[in-house]
Design a binder for this molecule. Sequence first.
Ligand code: IPM
Ligand code: MN
Length: 362
Amino acid sequence: MQLDVTSLPGDGIGPEVTSQAIRVLDGVAARFGHELSIDEKEIGGAALKQFGNPLPDSTLQACLRSKAVLLGAVGSPEFDRNSRNLRPETGLLRLRRELGAFANLRPAVLYESLANRSPLREEVVRGTDILIVRELLGGLYFGEPRSINESTGATVATNTMTYTEPEIERIARIGFQLARTRRRQLLSVDKANVLECSRLWREVVTRVGQHFPEVQLAHMYVDSAAMLLVLKPSSFDVILTENMFGDILSDQAGGVVGSLGLLASASVGGLVGLYEPVHGSAPDIAGQGVANPLGAILSVAMMLRHTFGLHKEAECVEAGVVAALKAGFRTRDLAGASERTVSTDEMGNQILQFVSDGAARD
Ligand code: IPM
Ligand code: MN
């Protein structure tokens, strides 16, 4: 198969982790006889510096021409004072919108060999296997009007949370479909005791749920869900939620399973799939070779599965990650006080070796 991928390394640790993920993708392609073609482009702060635009047209066109996009991270403190249109994050949000990627899938799985790395007790965190389905194109992130108005006395800032019925319906359908392939439990998370958007959310999700009688649907307020996520993380299967709640809960889920550096994501439902680790640009550790590339590498696995339908290949990458962790390889974020740590490259090498060394397992 021809694998046409646009790579957008972006800012901070983005370039370090995407280069490892691309090496692994290259290794899998070679092993399974696929033709990989990578088109590398700029986004975020890197694009602002070069083009004065966080999503240059050349980048967007390349993404639209390819079959899948791998993104590292965007964001850098040097642009903190920029106006919204000239911020790195605006490039990513525009890309999500232009691609129509409304469904953001964020798995958070506890790896058995990392059970002692969670800040939670092992018996609490064992068995955790959550899929967060985050609505990605609505809510506060995109609602209008939005402004910051400094002209009259006290400055006033405004954001708007809006959801339409079709927006909720399409993400709910994805959530139920995915729940059907798992343990068939869907928890819809909202704040229906306070927000109109959430009241509509609950109503529409309940209606869509009638078409999926085999899936058990429950509703929970986001504050309770946040508490339950640390009290009993293993009780969740699929969490379906709106954009901002999903952003927050997915970082929390990263902490629960031991490191945000492990989390991958797929943004699907649009023209081209967008795959990105959940962690950000981490400017504090950028360029030191200590970042965890597993979130990016696991995002490649999600790409193989969701865009290319290459399930064996995806499983091979995932098995490589499990094997490396089991063998004791730890980047700094995963290591206990007395444990040896490996660099970003060394972790990438491990997975690459595993996926390339087919002889033993074919
Ligand atoms: C994420 C990030 C982004 C988001 C930022 C960088 C715009 O935090 O993918 O979770 O808030 O969606
Ligand atoms: Mn986030």
